[in-house]
Design a protein around this ligand. Sequence first.
Ligand code: NAD
Ligand code: UD9
Length: 418
Amino acid sequence: MPKKICVLGLGYIGLPTALLLANSGYSVTGVDINEKVVKTLNSGELPFKEPGLRELLENAGKNFTAKTQVERADVFIVAVPTPIEKFTKVSDLSYVRLASEMIVPVLKQKNLVILESTVPPGTGERLVIPILEKSGLEIGDFYFAYCPERAIPGRTLYEMVHNDRVVGGYDQLSGKLAKEVYASFVKGEIHITDLKTAEFVKLIENTYRDVNIALANEFALIAEECGIDVWKAIELANRHPRVNILNPGPGVGGHCIAIDPWFLTEHTTRGKLVLMARDVNDYMPNYVLQNVRKMLESIRDATITVFGVAYKGNVDDTRETPALKFIRLAKNEGYEVKCYDPYVSEFEFELCSLEDAVRESDCIVVMTDHSVFKEIDPNYVGKFMRHKQILDTRNIVNREKWNRAGFKVKVLGDGRKV
Ligand SMILES: NC(=O)c1ccc[n+]([C@@H]2O[C@H](COP(=O)([O-])OP(=O)(O)OC[C@H]3O[C@@H](n4cnc5c(N)ncnc54)[C@H](O)[C@@H]3O)[C@@H](O)[C@H]2O)c1
Ligand SMILES: CC(=O)N[C@@H]1[C@@H](OP(=O)(O)OP(=O)(O)OC[C@H]2O[C@@H](n3ccc(=O)[nH]c3=O)[C@H](O)[C@@H]2O)O[C@H](CO)[C@@H](O)[C@@H]1O
């Protein structure tokens, strides 16, 4: 078992990985170029919330330290961001490039470098290995593997431990050595394949989900025109043993699913269906606004209250959130928009208390499926509102309860008469 591991990037993926390895007995140095993250961790605090992470940090003890500089190690794991460039939709690999360059001065014979960041197929071989070879070593002198992360935010630690993993080795030994590292904490199966296949697998998993959600969104729009409730229809269709349709909603957000289909298609001229699904999902905030517009038709200087700006329920993450597009579109049309999200502390627009968000409002729009929204008392919020209307894009509110409190309730994808 190699003794020392250096993890580059201490974000949502790198930090839990580093702490799981430290708790498995490795001596782990976590490296982040953001000094604030390093300081926070070394003072015993966490830079973000994730269930179970605090205990792991406390138990890691001397096995984990955070630094801003890379140091010698047996294994290097790279988990830095791979955002998408907004206008061109091309992957931004600058963080991966920099992290690889940071390893060069300390890279030694028989070291193993593992890339975890999500990247377009071929990136390991085309970009990362040539940078590492600037050390004077050749691939074969050191080992290289790509091991995508598949854990879902909100259940990151559980899934990191229990999910199966895919390990793509540059060669057989690289794959075997990387598998040994993960086997220290992974309880799922670890499947070895080649480098490019592993990069591809990660992207098709998320693309599959994006296309499935796009299909559910199309069904929602069709159901509305047909005058039926898509939620009920999907529930019944999913009783078929070979059908599993996901839920419609206000669009697809997050750091992965809205981005990975672009990475998948970056080096190809194919992918029409994949990009059409992207388009369907990206259009959903416009569709939500079209519904809101109808609800506010006869009201002058209308105010909209957005419930939830996180990209999905029960997380504090707002990256690529469909709520942002909805708010911008609504503001451009002259609506006043007030936002309420008890999970989120920082956002492009001001976040209000529940009371302030609904005061003098003409319509609530539920954009995020936070569990706490189910508990909100419509009689209480109704007292503050100018018009009692709610559009639920996630089908989470109890319609009868809100109706009884005097609310007109519209659910996305339910075409039955309100
Ligand atoms: N968050 C997820 O749920 C998830 C799931 C699967 C895969 N991924 C992929 O994992 C990668 C990391 O994502 P994340 O959500 O952890 O990102 P993040 O933004 O939460 O964290 C990345 C960290 O890397 C640091 N960093 C940037 N450049 C660095 C460098 N050169 N050296 C050291 N540190 C550096 C940043 O300061 C930041 O703290 C991305 O490629 C992402 O697509 C993320
Ligand atoms: C294949 C897979 O499972 N990948 C997961 C995914 O994690 P995620 O948090 O990004 O994924 P989701 O929870 O699907 O959310 C995405 C958006 O889709 C909306 N949505 C969701 C379900 C639905 O039925 N209808 C919807 O509308 C939701 O609200 C949100 O905006 O990518 C991570 C990084 O690669 C993976 O590691 C992780 O395994």
